[in-house]
Design a protein around this ligand. Structure first.
Ligand SMILES: Nc1ncnc2c1ncn2[C@@H]1O[C@H](COP(=O)(O)OP(=O)(O)O)[C@@H](O)[C@H]1O
Ligand SMILES: [Mg+2]
Length: 417
């Protein structure tokens, strides 16, 4: 730092120094706080900046950790230069206490020691730069402060934009959740009455087409209800309103009932449906309805997209004592690898399968992913066009797991494939 003082002579001498100016009086003045227990270091920094830098500075001093904290939290500074050694505490500790990069003032640490460990600690604590006292020149200081302020401003703008986007997304989800809820009540009446008319509960219809039309109203209503339920679930997940009830899950029972649901469709297209359930599975603690929904969505995709004569296999096994996998594997058309990410977004479908995809709306996979995330699990999609698709849900077995093999899986036959 001593060396740097000699360079001050090169700096423009007739530029006013910013000392004593308030922000209101001179908005271009950069207010800097130096937090350093060594007054000489503060004085040298002040002289370097007030006489040698291109920008106009007003440099204030905080002589201790506590004074630094107080001044930075009570006054508006444009940047702060904090010494690493502030006995008995440290500059990095002060940075952490202030909130690091989230603090309203960009913080820069400086140290007399040439130690990369301090540099690393400083960046972990959340500084915008780290300087060594021996290297200080008016240019380096001025430039570092300028860059730190720019980076800080940009980061804060990005954080604000992100928060705004998240708020907007939550507002959308809340709106969708409310709308879906309102739509469900009248829709349930439409479905109920359509069923009564179709089944001729109030007496036979003279005109047979009425039964057919009532059947159309019923199936359209059920389709719409399924769509609304999916939107409601997805918007609840996005709004962090989906509650997971962790209970011991009868996984074998769930898989069997999901298979039963798709069986009529699978028989129509002559699909071979298999279940491979590992013996002595650990008990999964999760949300029964959510697990059923995940498996049901994957199975309905495989059954829908696999051409006649193909095979759909559901496998469940433990991948470790604390994690299970449920995989739905098919011999269908497959998904191009570069499309997988997109299909996890709501309302996305593959152009190639648009005829079949019309039966759905593109909410199945995003829901599976959202529900797996809520269980702290993950989704893995492996596929190759022409060679089928395997979608695997990995789920932690969860809390409260009994030590022995699952009591709920006791009714599972030993050989299922
Ligand atoms: N097993 C599969 N085989 C081939 N394509 C699939 C499979 N599963 C999903 N897809 C593709 O991903 C899209 C999105 O799936 P999904 O989110 O469940 O929506 P939906 O079934 O309503 O179309 C499907 O429309 C289809 O194009
Ligand atoms: Mg689907």
């Amino acid at each position: 730092m001593q060396r740097a003082l000699s360079q001050i002579e090169d700096a423009a001498p007739d530029r006013p120094n910013g000392h004593g100016l308030t922000r209101d009086a001179a908005p271009n003045v950069i207010r800097l706080l130096v937090v350093d227990d060594n007054e000489d270091d503060y004085t040298l920094t002040k002289v370097l900046l007030e006489h040698g830098a291109r920008s106009v500075y007003q440099v204030d001093w905080a002589e201790s950790f506590e004074a630094g904290f107080r001044m930075l939290t009570h006054e508006a500074y444009d940047a702060a230069l904090i010494d690493h050694l502030l006995p008995p505490r440290s500059g990095a500790e002060l940075v952490r206490l202030l909130g690091g990069r989230l603090f309203h003032t960009p913080l820069i640490l400086f140290s007399g020691a040439d130690d990369p460990a301090i540099d690393e600690e400083a960046s972990e604590a959340g500084v915008f730069d780290f300087l060594q006292k021996d290297d200080l020149t008016p240019r380096i200081l001025d430039r570092t402060i300028r860059f730190a302020r720019q980076a800080h401003r940009l980061e804060h703008e990005l954080r604000a934009a992100l928060a705004e986007a998240r708020d907007a997304n939550h507002a959308k989800s809340r709106f969708l959740a409310a709308m879906s809820h309102e739509l469900r009540t009248p829709l349930n009446s439409i479905i109920g009455f359509a069923e009564l008319i179709k089944d001729e509960v109030t007496g036979p219809h003279g005109e047979p087409r009425q039964v057919e039309y009532a059947g159309d109203i019923l199936s359209s209503g059920q389709h719409l209800l399924a769509l609304i339920n999916d939107i409601l679930d997805l918007s609840k997940i996005e709004a962090n309103k989906f509650t997971i009830n962790h209970v011991p899950v009868n996984l074998y029972g769930i898989l069997r009932s999901c298979l039963r649901l798709v069986m009529p469709q699978a028989q129509q297209t002559e699909l071979d449906i298999r279940l491979d359930f590992q013996k002595d599975m650990p008990v999964l603690w999760g949300d029964e309805r959510a697990v059923k929904q995940m498996v049901g969505n994957l199975l309905s995709n495989s059954v829908k997209f696999t051409p006649p004569g193909g095979t759909v296999t559901v496998r469940a096994c433990a991948v470790s004592p604390s994690e299970i996998a449920i995989a739905v594997e098919d011999t269908g058309p497959g998904i191009p690898v570069d499309q997988i990410g997109r299909l996890l977004q709501p309302f996305e479908q593959l152009e190639e399968q648009i005829e079949l995809a019309r039966q759905g709306t593109g909410l199945g996979l995003p829901l599976v992913k959202g529900l797996a995330d809520l269980h702290h699990g993950r989704l893995d999609i492996r596929s190759e066009p022409g060679h089928g698709t395997t979608v695997t849900i990995y789920l932690p077995v969860g809390h409260g797991q009994p030590p022995a093999a699952g009591r709920l899986a006791l009714d599972v036959p030993t050989n299922l494939c």
